[in-house]
Design a binder for this molecule. Structure first.
Ligand code: BGC
Length: 449
């Protein structure tokens, strides 16, 4: 718990954020760089992008990330999270590409020149094809390979970055790749492999944490945890499956870092990862949605849980074959209360909504920040808010169908247009907070009849 002076002296009641609060945006290499060459490129070639879209040049960052960095500077942003693409840096096992590392140096320098703090993520769902082919994070030696990659990165750009995220959403990576079959390698129902992947990632996180501290003296190292609210329907059975999903999805990786072992009952099956215990300098939280959960015998592959989004709740644009999720700013409070147990500073590393017409994004931003301000006032040590995302980017399996940007992008022409949310967010950032009267329209739903 921290002590922050949130008193304000302006005539209009104002939700002032702590001095040095890190306001920014998050991005990921595969989604913005273009001309990718990782396991997701193979997934796309295999026709697995539901919309049939191709990533192509994405936001053209490999050639010209600086165009979006200019926009970030003009909006007054103070931080920008990006990931460095392992498949570019180590295209063949053991061969590191100096030109790729040089390009990343250039990008990080470009951010500093614009007064923007870079936050570097080392694994945002993608890795080299050779790593995928040898079994990725199912293999016991994956942590050493990840550590070797981390060391090369730290040596090449360590002087340009203080904040490091080892893994983005290990829970999403494991659940989508090994239980739901939505991400490569596309396996379904492999719960034990998903747990194994998370345990091996926790070990990789520890090795990367230590390597970064050895090579970058002032490094702050954490991970980004996706957190979803599972709202049970009526009855004991629904409550039971909702709490099972909550345990598996929200708590597996948290438990590994908090206590060095998987939570009950999964911890009984595996030994401890003692070294992982407390191994982070901050916790990153990625928070978007709430899902409703009802016990249903027909859903055997998802532990008899029917996970759905009622049509009357606020939500952004739907995905290709299902709703994206309920836009639920209150999820931030649940996530922060869970993360507070670790006793480390907290950063909201992602929060956003797919909303091409910008109908509910302004409401989402304002509501999320009110939530956050309340939590800080309660004493939670929350140091920053990074919105997902700056410019519309390639949304994994959904391709170009879902638009999360403060800035709209036409991927054909690379033309960019500021959405009203960009202007709203920019005012908030410049004012280090928002007036209490800042618009808080009733929750709208793009999908209301
Ligand atoms: C991921 C992003 C993704 C965003 C929106 C997060 O879970 O980290 O890569 O684009 O959600 O779906």
């Amino acid at each position: 718990m921290n002590e922050v002076d949130l008193r304000d002296s302006s005539p209009e009641p104002f939700l002032l954020f702590p001095k040095d609060f890190l306001w920014g945006v998050s991005t990921a290499a595969h989604q913005v760089e273009g001309d990718n060459c990782n396991q997701w490129s193979d997934w796309e070639l295999a026709g697995r992008i539901k919309s049939g879209d191709t990533c192509g040049k994405a936001c053209d960052w490999w050639e010209n990330a600086e165009r979006d960095f200019d926009i970030a500077r003009d909006l007054g942003l103070k931080g920008l999270r990006l990931s460095l693409e392992w498949s570019r840096i180590e295209p063949e096992e053991g061969r590191f590409d100096p030109a790729a590392l040089q390009r990343y140096r250039q990008m990080l320098e470009a951010l500093h020149e614009r007064g923007i703090e870079p936050i570097v993520c080392l694994h945002h769902f993608t890795h080299p094809r050779w790593f995928e082919q040898r079994g990725a994070f199912l293999r016991a030696d994956a942590p050493q390979l990840f550590e070797r990659f981390t060391r090369e990165v730290a040596k090449a750009v360590g002087d340009l970055c203080r904040f490091w995220v080892t893994f983005n959403e290990p829970n999403v990576y494991a659940a989508c790749g090994y239980v739901l079959g939505e991400f490569p390698p596309g396996h379904k129902g492999q719960l034990f492999n998903a747990l194994r992947v998370n345990r091996i990632q926790a070990r990789a996180h520890v090795l990367a944490y230590r390597a970064l501290h050895e090579l970058v003296p002032d490094a702050k190292v954490g991970w980004a945890q996706h957190y979803v609210v599972f709202e049970p329907g009526q009855g004991m059975a629904s409550r039971w499956v909702a709490s099972l999903l909550d345990r598996l999805f929200n708590h597996t990786f948290f438990d590994l870092i908090e206590s060095g072992r998987l939570g009950f009952p999964f911890g009984l099956l595996n030994g401890r990862n003692r070294e992982a215990r407390g191994c982070c300098d901050f916790v990153g939280l990625n928070v978007y949605s709430r899902f409703h959960v009802a016990f249903d015998i027909r859903y055997a592959s998802t532990f008899f849980a029917n996970v759905f989004v009622p049509s009357h709740v606020p939500q952004g644009d739907p995905g290709f074959d299902r709703p994206y999720g309920e836009a639920y700013p209150q999820a931030i409070s649940e996530a922060v209360r869970r993360a507070a147990g670790l006793g480390k500073p907290i950063y909201i590393m992602e929060n956003g909504v797919p909303d091409a017409e910008d109908q509910i994004r302004p409401w989402l931003i304002v509501s999320a920040l009110r939530e956050l301000h309340g939590l800080i006032a309660e004493g939670h040590d929350i140091r920053g808010y990074l919105h997902w995302t700056l410019t519309d980017n390639f949304e994994w399996n959904e391709g170009w169908k879902l638009r999360f940007g403060l800035v709209a992008l036409d991927p054909e022409t690379q033309h960019r247009t500021l959405r009203s949310s960009a202007k709203l967010f920019s005012e908030i950032v410049r004012g280090n907070g928002l007036a209490v009267s800042t618009m808080a329209p009733a929750p709208l739903s793009n999908t209301l009849p």
